[in-house]
Structures are given as C-alpha cells and as structure tokens.
Ligand binder design. Sequence first.
Ligand SMILES: C[S@@+](CC[C@H](N)C(=O)[O-])C[C@H]1O[C@@H](n2cnc3c(N)ncnc32)[C@H](O)[C@@H]1O
Length: 247
Amino acid sequence: MDNTFIATTFDWDHRNPKDWQRFLNKVLRKVGIPAKITPPQPYMANVEIRMNLFHLLEQTLVHKVPGDVVELGCNAGDSTIVMRKILDELAPEKQLHAYDSFEGLPELKEADTNDAVYYAGHMAAGIELLTRKFGALGLKMPHTHKGWFEETVPKDLPEKICFAFFDGDLYESTKHILPHTYARMQPGAIGMIAVYYDEKLLPRKGLEGGYRSPGVKRAVDEFFADKPEKVSMLYACENACGYFRKQ
Ligand SMILES: C[S@@+](CC[C@H](N)C(=O)[O-])C[C@H]1O[C@@H](n2cnc3c(N)ncnc32)[C@H](O)[C@@H]1O
C-alpha cells in the first residue's frame, strides 16, 4: 500500500520554516548570530517515527504473523490513526487496541523522578480528543482501554499479538507493559519502542526534555538482558525509537 496518507493526514512539512521565519533567519545570519528559528513539532511523534511504524507494522501483516495490534500509550491517537489506516487496507480482520490513562503520566516513582524529564499528568489528552480525531477522518474506533497500565495490562491484552507499539515514556510504565505484552507476541511479531535512545550510537547534543526518556532504554535493556532478541535503534530525527522481532 502507499503511505502518502501520512503526509496528507498529518502536518508533514512542520519543519519547513514559514516566510516570516525565513526572513528572521536571514536577519540573524546577517548580524552574525548562529541561531535559526524552526517551527515546533506539532504532534507527540514526528513523521519519521510514523514512517518507521508504517514499515514495521506492514511487515508483520505481509508475513501473516497471527494476532492483533496493540498500542500502549496512545495519547490522542495520532499513531493509532496510522495503524488503523494500515489495518483497514491490509488486514481489516485484525483488532486494534489502544491503552492509556487518558490523564497523562502517573505519579512518578524514584526511578523516574531521578531522570527529571517528566511529571505526573504530563501529556494529558482525554479520550474525547482521540474519538474526535477518528470521527473527523471517518475511521473505525480502536478498542480503547482507559486506565493505568497496572490495571489494564495484562487483563485487557488480546491473547495473541502480531505488533506492539510501546510508548509509555517512563521506566516504571515500560517495565510493567513489556513482559506481559512480550509473552503474548507471536513468533515474527514486532515490538516498536518509542523514545528508545542509545546515546552511544547517536549522541544528541543540545537535545533536551521529552525527546529523552532514559528510563525507557533502562527498562528495555534490563528486560532483554536474558532474551534471545536484540533491540535495534531506528533513526527518527529529533525522536528515535527501537524495535525487536520476537523469536
Ligand atoms: C508519548 S505519549 C504517547 C504518544 C502516542 N503513542 C503517539 O504516537 O501519538 C505517552 C502516553 O503514555 C501514557 N502513559 C504512560 N504511563 C502510563 C501508565 N502507567 N498508565 C497509563 N498510561 C500511561 C500517557 O498518558 C501518555 O499519553
């Protein structure tokens, strides 16, 4: 299938400066200030992540890996929309499950407070926003599971999973969802992990805040220390992600 819908559904060109920003950049250059104004990222994830998502999910469908699709940490549903579109075209029989508190991040425990990136309630997006976005695009709603992961996972996970998008940002959230989901992933299933950074592979000087989620890498690396799968890192500009293929 083609994936141009990613560009037409989302603000693909968000990184291209507007005319007034170009003008200011010219002025900054002229007066010798080494700075550049760029538009902010308007979504939770950038277009490179969505491209990675497209290719990884599509692979599991083309290879007919059994099971359903889950997104753990769906926020306002922007990545869920991408997955819905792919499933509608390639595997409409598969169920799409989206999990979130819909109240943002939980109270942080020590492992996450020490990282000093996030706070309780950060990124709160209500379920009505996701519902509105799906409605505006005329898309079938996913199965939504509102609540803390500790309550909904594994209780509400499908028996078999062919693709999982892990996007919980925190050490504790990732540590909780990963083993339960992994256990239900079928051979050949792919797990994609948002904000999985290996600073050694890609040092990201000057990048701060929510683009960095060191707790995610810690939780993932601890879990895979005694597993046969390898987690690889995927480039995604200011974001980055990891993935593994279940053996
Ligand atoms: C970065 S956002 C997800 C972005 C989304 N996947 C996308 O691509 O647009 C992370 C989400 O994880 C949710 N989350 C993190 N830890 C959670 C927990 N323990 N229980 C429920 N939701 C959690 C937050 O509410 C937040 O909406």
